[in-house]
Design a protein around this ligand. Structure first.
Ligand SMILES: [Zn+2]
Length: 249
């Protein structure tokens, strides 16, 4: 499986001022987003990727003069391998000044216990060692008691619990800038997250997409595939698609 060795540069783009997108570059990786806090020179990372792709992220960041040593916080969308394994790599690389990790409910619990089987469900047939990381218990800031969190003076995100793809799935929503980071809830082109992993549920997923469909979104920044500046239309499209699938059952 050569793709595990893919450390090629993650292509970056500044979506809006101080918010960057770095696209996934291989199987079992994810899109990542960075907010630059120019007042403190800190970088805030959304989702950690699979670990192997971390070097590719750093290469992509260099193009924008973003230094990974300035990453002080990591916000996770959910507990799956392709979104969280990079955390362990980052904690090791930045061990003198480790970033704070934020996650919601079940995701926070899994990472605090270091439950490899919940991060890498058995049917993937993979272990963390294949990704060159070791899953260890981590101290996590649980977001489940928060409604919103100020990430920088410019960005304040609402925390929206959106299970269905997994038990610990959330969306981050910046209402002023109309930015939604939905993890694997919805993607562009009418797609939506899988609901057949442990803890997944079609009905719950439909309900979560319905909730998000009520938000005013311009920038839709999902965990996979591309991004869109037609967020409302894209979410509505995914909502229509999942309803039509549901009508078969
Ligand atoms: Zn996932």
């Amino acid at each position: 499986m050569f793709f595990f060795k893919d450390e090629s540069e993650k292509t970056g783009k500044e979506v809006i001022k101080n918010l960057y997108y770095f696209s996934e570059n291989q199987m079992l990786d994810c899109n990542q987003y960075i907010i630059e806090d120019q007042s403190s020179n800190e970088l805030i990372l959304f989702d950690a990727g699979n670990g192997i792709s971390m070097k590719g992220l750093f290469k992509g960041m260099e193009k924008f003069k973003l230094n990974y040593e300035n990453i002080t916080k990591v916000f996770l969308t959910h507990e799956h391998v392709d979104h969280v394994l990079g955390v362990y790599k980052l904690m090791k690389l930045l061990e003198d000044n480790p970033p704070e990790i934020f996650a919601y409910g079940e995701t926070a619990k899994i990472l605090e216990k270091g439950e490899e089987r919940k991060i890498l469900p058995v049917f993937f047939g993979l272990t963390a060692r294949r990704f060159e990381v070791e899953i260890i218990p981590l101290k996590i800031n649980d977001l489940s008691h928060l409604k919103e969190i100020e990430i920088s003076p410019e960005f304040k995100f609402e925390i929206i619990y959106t299970p269905g793809h997994s038990l610990g799935s959330i969306c981050y929503y910046e209402s002023e800038k109309k930015v939604l980071i939905p993890g694997d809830l919805v993607f562009i082109g009418g797609s939506f997250g899988r609901y057949d992993f442990p803890g997944g549920s079609l009905n719950t997923l439909i309900n979560s997409i319905k909730n998000v469909n009520n938000l005013d979104v311009k920038y839709l920044l999902p965990g996979h595939m591309g991004i869109s500046d037609q967020g409302n239309q894209q979410i509505a499209y995914s909502y229509r698609m999942i309803q039509s699938i549901n009508s078969f059952y």
